[in-house]
Design a binder for this molecule. Structure first.
Ligand SMILES: [Cu+2]
Length: 150
């Protein structure tokens, strides 16, 4: 906690020294290619992803929700050989002016309680919650439901 406070203080000092109006603007996040894989028959668990780009920042993705999905977790994933090592993450960091690619085989959304009416070709809203500089903000993206083979 002490370390975090120290970093925040140094950042604030640098920003005020810079004195440019950019400090007043929250970072801008744009999303592309949001998707949800159609669950296998009889199952309600699946994964999804999105490509996020940040102007400004850094930004932390802290949560995702959807009216048609019971719960969405953020999972960090890394392929080790042919095995994916997955971990439940409380947030995924995006560096300033950086990108975060949520996808199969990497970091992804793990989705539980997916409405069984969701079929390939449908679209579903994902509400993404972010934090930047201690302030929350949200972005709603439209995800395409795709089949596993896409
Ligand atoms: Cu997962």
């Amino acid at each position: 906690m002490l370390v975090r406070t120290g970093v925040a203080f140094i950042l604030a000092a640098q920003l005020s020294l810079a004195g440019c109006e950019r400090t007043a603007n929250p970072p801008r996040v744009t999303a592309e290619n949001a998707f949800v894989i159609e669950p296998l028959a009889g199952r309600d668990v699946t994964l999804g992803g999105v490509s996020l780009s940040v102007q400004g920042g850094p930004v932390r993705l802290v949560a995702a929700t959807s009216p048609q999905i019971g719960a969405i977790e953020l999972h960090s994933g890394q392929m080790q050989g042919r095995m994916m090592m997955k971990a439940h993450a409380h947030g995924l960091d995006i560096p300033a002016n950086g990108q975060l690619n949520l996808r199969q085989g990497g970091d992804h959304f793990m989705m539980f309680g997916v409405a069984e009416t969701l079929k390939t070709g449908d679209s579903v809203d994902l509400n993404l919650a972010f934090m930047a500089d201690g302030r929350p903000f949200e972005l709603t993206v439209t995800a395409q439901v795709v089949s596993l083979s896409d």
